[in-house]
Design a protein around this ligand. Structure first.
Ligand code: ADE
Length: 239
């Protein structure tokens, strides 16, 4: 997959693009990520990319011209799904991430300041937010989107299983996990995980996932609740 990022702060991406799974996926040729500085496309001598809003009001608005020219240059290499990161967008979730992971090419436009000139919407396919809070810009949201979409691309994760058997893959949060030692400062790993009985372990994990979800994110179980099912955590639940 090719992902082009349009930003006023390209240096913010350095660490994320070179480290961990994304760094490895780029080295392996699974991900082709290119970061473009919108300021390089300004047509004024001060390289100004933002200006005061018509009609007044606080803050600066990102100008339409540099964004259009940057997008034109980037799309010369072929069409792509163009996404603006903005708190105004639909909220990113695992389903949207899965959908985006099937695209050949994404362009991520990072909004900044008080927003972008509304005419930019004419060259945008989708507006995405990463949650109901306001950040200083779309760079961190672009990194979040990049990370959660990339790990769904076959080959990016070490084992295909880890993408399938996890929080949200079946609308449940992930069950508790343990590794050695079996006893740490008196805290024991649940006996069932040590006895190797596969079916019992699966059943335990499923139950724990449901309990965790009921406690932390009951909204994810709403469909079950509508069917009249209620879930109560037993006293000995590993939550
Ligand atoms: N820009 C600022 N806040 C944002 C958010 N929550 N999601 C996406 N883009 C943003």
């Amino acid at each position: 997959m090719q992902i082009d990022i349009l930003t006023l702060f390209p240096e913010m991406f350095d660490g994320v693009l070179s480290a961990s799974m994304i760094g490895r996926a780029r080295a392996n040729g699974l991900l082709d990520i290119r970061v473009h500085n919108i300021r390089d496309y300004t047509d004024n001598k001060h390289k100004k990319a933002d200006d005061y809003p018509f009609g007044g009001g606080a803050g600066l608005v990102m100008m339409v011209q540099p964004i259009y020219d940057c997008m034109d240059a980037v799309l010369e290499g072929g069409n792509a799904r163009r996404i603006l990161l903005t708190p105004r967008g639909r909220t990113l979730n695992q389903k949207i991430a899965r959908e985006l992971s099937c695209e050949d090419r994404l362009v991520l436009l990072c909004g900044h300041y008080e927003g972008v000139d509304e005419r930019v919407m004419n060259i945008i396919d989708d507006e995405i937010s990463i949650g109901d809070y306001v950040l200083t810009g779309g760079e961190l949201p672009a990194m979040v989107l990049l990370d959660c979409v990339s790990r769904l691309i076959p080959g990016v994760l070490g084992s295909e299983e880890s993408a399938a058997d996890e929080s949200f893959s079946d609308d449940l949060l992930e069950y508790p996990q343990y590794t050695r030692p079996a006893n740490f400062r008196g805290m024991e790993v649940p006996e069932i995980l040590l006895n190797g009985h596969h079916a019992k372990i699966q059943a335990w994990r499923q139950e724990q996932a449901r309990l965790k979800t009921a406690l932390n994110r009951p909204d994810l179980l709403r469909e079950d609740t509508d069917k009249g099912e209620t879930i109560e955590a037993p006293d000995d639940a590993w939550l």
